[in-house]
Design a protein around this ligand. Sequence first.
Ligand code: OAD
Length: 230
Amino acid sequence: MSFIPRVVVLSGAGISAESGIKTFRDNNGLWENHSVEEVATPEAFHRDPRLVHRFYNLRRQQLTNGSVEPNKAHLDLAKFEQEWPGEFLLVTQNVDNLHEAAGSENVIHMHGELLKVRDINTGKIQTWEEDIDPGKQPTLRPHIVWFGEIPLMLDEIYRQLELCEVFISVGTSGNVYPAAGFAQVARRAERHEVNVESSQISTHFDEHWVGPASEKLPELLDHLRHRFMT
Ligand code: OAD
């Protein structure tokens, strides 16, 4: 059989934008006049757990009330994973569940997941679809990586980045490290960026697919299918 490259995909908020989930840089990064960073830190949670829970409860509700669905970019990526004869890993910075809803299987949520909570005393993680009320659940926190905390499964992510031969970054601004540095770690790979505009890290990519993810990601995946699977 001919050469089949190992593929690692990094997704960011831009892939879920067309499903109606706001990106972090929308509204100038503000939520009800708070900067997003202000509600996404351990300090904020310590200072005002009600505010932080309200922020995440609203986001969780968006996933459980049926108002958002995977778009063509999520769906085509899941289909690609099922068909691809080589190794495939999807690393997402997104905390929504749209990749799983689309059928993706080998997914690392490096910034955590909205539909999970963690007990601050025991560290126990569980699936959670309701609002959290700190009056009733004082020891639960969203299973989300906040600013100042270490992303999840980084050792495994770096190992896969060093091995991969194709690296795709889709819908991420390159503002937040370490994810913003992944293209440099994947130095053996041919590197593709999918974004509606130039990002902070565009110069680290070999090819740029400029346009909405729902259009450009399927084009890029077709290009890989034709090169390696026919
Ligand atoms: P950002 O909101 O920073 O960036 C979204 C990117 O998606 C931008 O570069 C947009 O140009 C691009 N974009 C928007 N719509 C698009 C579309 N339809 N198709 C393709 N691209 C599109 O989101 P992230 O880069 O994911 O961290 O943000 C990284 C991290 O910063 C997040 O995971 C979060 C945040 O603060 C934590 O929560 C720890």
